[in-house]
Ligand binder design. Structure first.
Ligand code: ZN
Length: 346
């Protein structure tokens, strides 16, 4: 292309970001160039924007960040198989090596050589983005771009909900930020029993009820584990989906889990968590699973099935739509937690 475009750039290794003119990236042989139509803000983007210890350790600068998108392919590299100009696409953001033990045993989502779109590689908060052809996901033509761009976090929710049995099970979702809200939708669509949402933000608990949670628990007003035991006739919940990363919430989640239940951990604590493993895992016979990214590409096909059959109404998860030049207001809202999913219409 050789021209320039407007992109949201993480320029300095500190607070904030800069909207500026940057070159349109060059499409490599195994890559495609996408005209971006819609993007959404991830919690990870907020970490990058605010710049914390994780960002300092991980993120490259200067770089166009953002990794949740939908758009149209405008150029394909010479060896970019399976993708054509005009295709309506999103993408898996984890670019993996394909040759390590994890990749070769169907576990590419935990490839130790992963490069991440918009974090350790150029991303999508711009007019155009470069994507590895093998990571491209073809979207259904009827799926609006503002919904299609949510597939990255939706995939986190789908993998967490479906990492074990869900049909008819009692489910506690601890932490109902955007991914927790999506998890409520997924759990309902997949036939869960009663769904309990736990958070400390009244606004998000109200959203959780709107998404279909059967009961909500304010974790600062009630002991979460006791409330969940009371709601389940003293048995505890079959499935705990931990999405807060808060150490106390994690401990409460294990305490609320029923014997032979499941705890799936997506939220990322930033410090060590002290847990009574003997009584809260071993003698309960719990299944505990760490969730990272999306299974490549099982999760994407599960999402495609749910989305194409309209099993998930995701429009209500989007609370704000902005143009890219309103990024300061958007990140402010994210920081205050007074929102569901925020989408940029490009
Ligand atoms: Zn690998």
């Amino acid at each position: 292309m050789g021209a320039s475009m407007i992109g949201l750039v993480k320029e300095h290794r500190g607070y904030g970001a800069t909207l500026k003119e940057v070159p349109v990236p060059t499409c490599g042989d195994d890559e495609v160039l996408v005209r971006v139509q819609a993007t959404s803000i991830c919690g990870t983007d907020l970490h990058i924007y605010k710049w914390d210890a994780w960002a300092e350790r991980t993120v490259i600068t200067p770089n166009v960040f953002g990794h949740e998108f939908a758009g149209t392919v405008v150029e394909v590299g010479a060896r970019a198989a399976g993708v054509r100009v005009g295709d309506y696409v999103s993408a898996e953001g984890h670019m993996v090596c394909g040759t390590c033990k994890a990749c070769r045993t169907g576990n590419a989502h935990v490839c130790p050589n992963t490069k991440s779109f918009g974090i350790t590689a150029p991303g999508c908060f711009a007019e155009y983005a470069i994507v590895k052809a093998s990571n491209i996901i073809h979207n259904d033509a009827n799926l609006p771009s503002e919904i299609a761009c949510l597939q990255d976090p939706l995939g986190n929710a789908v993998q967490t909900v479906l990492s074990g049995d869900i049909v008819g099970k009692t489910v506690a979702i601890i932490g109902v930020g955007p991914i927790g809200l999506l998890a409520i939708k997924v759990a309902k669509a997949c036939g869960a029993g009663a769904i309990y949402a736990v958070d400390i933000n009244p606004n998000r608990l109200q959203m959780a009820r709107q998404m279909g949670a059967d009961s909500t628990i304010h974790a600062l007003e009630t002991r979460t584990s006791e409330a969940l035991r009371a709601l389940t006739g003293g048995e505890g919940v079959d499935v705990v989906l931990e999405m807060s990363g808060n150490p106390q919430a994690i401990v409460d989640g294990f305490a609320a889990a029923a014997n032979a239940g499941r705890v799936s951990l997506l939220g990322i604590p930033t410090q060590e968590v002290s847990l009574d493993i003997t009584n809260q895992i071993i003698f309960k016979g719990l299944k505990v699973e760490g969730i990272t990214g999306r299974k490549m590409y099982q999760t994407w096909y599960q999402m495609k099935g749910l989305l194409n059959q309209h099993r998930l109404d995701l429009a209500s998860v989007i609370t704000h739509k902005f143009k890219l030049d309103q990024y300061e207001e958007a990140f402010q809202l994210m920081n205050e937690g007074q929102c569901g999913k925020i989408v940029f219409i490009h």
